[in-house]
Design a protein around this ligand. Structure first.
Ligand code: OOB
Length: 539
């Protein structure tokens, strides 16, 4: 086996841990590209992916990935080069991902909702050599955005477009005879995921072939995927949950069929469930609620559905209890994070656990600690912050040396920022969080980032964003503003943020003008008190 050439800015596992994970079989030394190859050899004619009217067999997906890999290589894209992938749920997402995995180039997965601010930041941070986007998606033209990225990210050499490329290169034109490629080592970084919850600007999470192969294969096992699985990708596949928990990659690993939905709306998804006889899918809680409501009036045949995974934000027990009676399938709760750790309720768990907990860790070697503010472990059953290390949990964010000093404990545990308690069964209940993120029904709003953008508005003297409870989303964002001069309106502030090119889910749902902020003894804004004041209607 070749020795992995470590990516600059990547913190790997200490050798002692890597050796243990190999020895215990978590890291069997496979690459993501080889998983597809294996299935393509075993069942070449089986349908791998359905996207609208297009159906690609395993052979076809495998061959497209090979041809595209050589095409990308011929363009000058080399192993360890980063490629910013900004694609919705289209079949090209899969062909491109496997092409990059096989070449050893590293996809950086941006979410479809991301706009100029996020995309330029990601391109610069990763020094991406290429940006891949659709021509238009849901009314948004990506080509003007591509012009901005190219002007502002000096390392960017190529713009590849799915569809009409304008002055750029069509992804479809990168087609070459399959041939030998350098290829990655299993210990190499395979992809970079975006973190939902850190301070300051968004961070990137390196995932290796070794760790992601475990992530998706063990998830596929816990979820019971096999060759008869028809997985509907309703959430954007660039997110870890529908990508690999077990998601589209876990489905392909298991030899099943991936069905891509353009949106998670019941209109699109129910039609596909009926037409493709979908057996499993994954949603965030607000969408689960929407599907429950839609199922009451829809005449779509959902009887093929066997399992609905729900995760990304806390699912209320009363919503959880409606899933099996209304949709006629089992529920699995998933508490996961792009940083690694995944918790699942299991198929044979009693209803009590499935409805009231967020599941237990995937791996026996996931080491969990639940600690108080001084990093001391709380008594069994007590609530505290979850710290974790294990065979698929990162040891450091990519190129974030300073942040990494506080995001991890000295012995390598990742500080999740989530407040949990653990039942004697090992199952976790998520009780809250201490990180400054608003979880808007699964969409993570990085508070500090949005505050900084609001501070650049001339009429904003100071701002603090807090979460306010919401029946549908769990919580919404409220920006508390101390005005400079004439108070700005919500429309003005949101126009300012949109003008900066910020993803729409980050725009404050509500704006409140205040004269001052409550402060802690140390002089920091007391957000807990501020949120209580807002919720109580007191200014
Ligand atoms: C998933 O990943 P991310 O990276 O977008 O967000 C992770 C954070 C967690 O730290 C936690 O704060 C929250 O999202 N979260 C949940 C939850 N699942 C995630 N909070 C309460 N209950 C749950 N079930 O969101 C993600 C990644 C893989 C699988 C599933 C979700």
């Amino acid at each position: 086996m070749r020795k992995a050439v470590m990516l600059d800015g990547f913190t790997g596992w200490p050798e002692e841990f890597a050796a243990r994970y190999r020895e215990r079989g978590y890291w069997p030394g496979r690459t993501l590209g080889s998983l597809l190859r294996e299935q393509a050899r075993m069942r070449p004619a089986h349908t791998a992916v359905v996207d609208g009217d297009r159906r690609w067999s395993y052979h076809e997906l495998d061959e497209r990935a090979d041809r595209l890999a050589v095409g990308l290589h011929a363009l000058g894209i080399a192993p360890r080069d980063r490629v910013l992938v900004h694609l919705p749920n289209v079949a090209e997402f899969l062909a491109l991902s496997f092409a990059l995995f096989r070449l050893g180039a590293i996809p950086v997965y941006a979410l479809p909702a991301h706009r100029e601010t996020e995309i330029v930041h990601l391109a610069r941070l990763s020094e991406a050599v290429a940006y891949v986007a659709p021509d238009t998606h849901l009314g948004f033209d990506h080509r003007p955005l591509a012009r901005i990225v190219r002007a502002q990210a000096p390392a960017l050499r190529h713009v590849l477009i799915v569809g009409d490329p304008a002055e750029f290169t069509a992804l479809a034109d990168l087609d070459a005879e399959p041939g030998p490629l350098p290829g990655p080592d299993p210990a190499d970084v395979a992809l970079l995921l975006l973190s939902g919850g850190t301070t300051g600007v968004p961070k990137l999470i390196p995932r290796t072939h070794d760790d992601y192969v475990y992530n998706l294969s063990a998830s596929a096992e816990v979820t019971g995927l096999d060759t008869g699985t028809r997985y509907l990708a309703a959430l954007p596949v660039a997110h870890n949950f529908p990508l690999a928990c077990p998601g589209v990659l876990g489905t392909l690993y298991a030899g099943g069929t991936v069905v891509l939905s353009p949106t998670p709306s019941p209109d699109d998804a129910f039609r596909l469930i009926e037409r493709e006889r979908v057996t499993v899918t994954a949603l965030v809680p607000p969408l689960a609620l929407l599907w429950l409501e839609a199922a009451d009036w829809s005449d779509a045949d959902l009887s093929s559905l066997q399992l609905l995974q729900v995760g990304g934000a806390r699912l209320k027990p009363d919503t959880a209890a409606r899933i099996t009676p209304t949709l006629g399938c089992r529920l699995q709760q998933v508490f996961g994070m792009a940083e690694g750790l995944l918790n699942f309720t299991r198929q044979d768990d009693p209803e009590e656990l499935v409805l009231h907990t967020q599941g237990r860790p995937l791996a026996a070697d996931d080491e969990l600690r639940i600690v108080d503010a001084d990093d001391h472990e709380v008594a069994p059953g007590g609530v505290g912050e979850l710290h974790v290390r294990g065979p698929y949990t990162l040891r450091g964010y990519y190129r974030a040396e300073v942040h990494n000093r506080t995001a991890f404990t000295p012995d390598g545990y990742y500080r999740t920022g989530d407040l949990v308690r653990q039942l004697p069964s090992g199952d976790l209940v998520v009780e809250g969080r201490i990180k400054d993120v608003i979880n808007r029904g699964g969409d993570k709003v990085p508070v500090e980032e949005v505050e900084n953008h609001l501070l650049s508005h001339p009429a904003v003297h100071d701002v603090a964003i807090v979460g306010i409870p919401d029946d549908t989303l769990g919580e919404r964002s409220c920006a508390c503003v101390i005005a400079r001069g004439t108070p700005p309106t919500r429309a003005e502030l949101n126009a300012h943020l949109t003008g900066l090119g910020l993803a729409a889910f980050k725009l404050p749902d509500r704006i409140e003008m205040v004269d001052s902020f409550p402060r802690t003894a140390l002089g920091k804004v007391n957000k807990r008190e501020l949120a209580a004041l807002i919720a109580g209607g007191v200014r």
